[in-house]
Design a protein. Structure first.
Length: 402
């Protein structure tokens, strides 16, 4: 039997047991009690906890100002308004550092905090054309050995901005993995026509769907119901996401549950980042109804929000904190929102700390995952495909071979 590339001994495994992990060819080759087999390299982790790599299910690398100069937040003149926010974003981006610098700085910070996979939404509209997609494709290639990046083509104004639909169509041919849309009612003014475009493009390109949905109250519930029905009608169960879906948190639970049942039956997943002081989807009630709920950082240090550095353990803590999670089961749910749940939505078949999976892992000082959520300890090491890509919070890049 050939020797392992790397043996990690004296490890605390995610289930709390002590043991070892053997890595070969970038994958977990053995897992269990005692020492791993013969290996070219071996490390004693001193009882540190090993958890699966963190998955950021929703962010915006192309519009972040992470690593750029500080810009004071600008509020909308009369309350939150998507159109006005997009105008502010366009102004900021016209004066920002190059996309490659901003996005690269955020990728490196996120990896240093343990993110091994992410889904990023890229602006596609008649202002930016495909320039943001081209920039993020280059960033994805540059960091391909340290993080896996899935790209959503976020069509801003598929109906109301002529030419955007064609740009999104082109984006899906040129590297975007997922069809993205925005607020079918309040931004586009026509729910059915917007969903016609989104589901049509998804069918034509064989892609999944991830829609931004800020629509509130019963209007938002109506849109969610239509998304669920369209998902079932087109046989796309398990391949559609509604991101934010504030409406689910803006109405009483009794009024929310019928929509939750529709979402569960259609396999439509919900992404939340527990934003600011805004109502957000009730995580446990949705999961009890059978809906897949997962988390993402969404906007980080950009024209929409000043907060964040890409740390998904911090995001898990925030969602748990705002959800009133206290018990171990609830804290494990918060951890799941930043790991297994988004991995399922992103279709990561080789995810997890298990034999055969890609060796994408974080090593930290904690007794178990629930403690990791509340304490958010510095990640001692971050592994991508069996190689150390960050240590003690410092990004090492592809030089940090194990
Ligand atoms: Zn977003």
């Amino acid at each position: 039997m050939s020797s392992l590339d790397l043996a990690l001994d004296n490890v605390r495994l995610p289930d709390g047991s002590s043991g070892s992990i053997g890595i070969s060819g970038g994958r977990i080759a053995s897992l269990g009690k005692g020492q791993a087999g013969e290996a070219r390299q071996r490390h004693d982790l001193g009882g540190a906890l090993v958890l699966p790599g963190l998955v950021d299910g929703h962010n915006h690398l192309d519009t972040t100002f992470f690593g750029d100069v500080w810009r004071p937040h600008q509020r909308c003149v009369a309350g939150f308004n998507v159109g006005e926010r997009l105008g502010i974003q366009k102004d900021w981006l016209s004066r920002g550092a190059p996309l490659a610098e901003r996005a690269g700085a955020l990728v490196e910070r996120a990896v240093s905090r343990g993110t091994t996979h992410m889904r990023t939404h890229v602006e596609i509209d008649t202002d930016f054309g495909l320039t943001h997609l081209e920039g993020i494709l280059a960033v994805r290639e540059r960091y391909r050995d340290v993080v896996s990046i899935q790209i959503v083509g976020l069509g801003r104004g598929l109906l109301v901005r002529p030419g955007t639909r064609e740009l999104l169509d082109a984006a899906l041919s040129q590297g975007a993995d997922v069809v993205g849309g925005l607020d079918p009612a309040i931004f586009e003014g026509n729910v059915e026509a917007h969903l016609d475009v989104v589901f049509g493009l998804a069918e034509r390109h064989g892609k999944s769907i991830d829609l931004h949905l800020h629509e509130g109250g019963h209007l938002g519930l109506h849109t969610l119901g239509r998304i669920a029905e369209r998902t079932r009608a087109s046989g796309m169960q398990g391949r559609v996401v509604a991101s934010h879906a504030y409406a689910l948190g803006e109405v009483p639970l009794d009024a929310m549950l019928p929509t939750a049942e529709k979402l569960a039956k259609a396999g439509v997943a919900i992404m939340t980042n527990a934003p600011g002081d805004h109502p957000f989807p009730p995580v446990l009630a949705l999961r009890e109804a059978g809906v897949t709920v997962f988390a993402g950082n969404d906007d980080i240090r950009d024209s929409w929000w000043p907060y964040g550095d890409g740390d998904m353990l911090e995001r898990a803590m925030m969602v748990g904190y705002r959800s009133g999670f206290y018990t171990d089961d609830e804290l494990l749910c918060a951890f799941d929102l930043a790991t297994a749940a988004p991995a399922k939505v992103l279709g990561l078949a080789d995810y997890g700390v298990r034999v055969g999976a890609s060796a994408d892992m974080i090593v930290l000082d904690a007794d178990h995952a629930q403690m990791a959520v509340v304490a958010r300890p510095v990640r001692r090491e971050v592994y991508k495909a069996g190689r150390v890509v960050a240590r003690d919070g410092v990004f090492l890049g592809v030089q940090g071979k194990a």
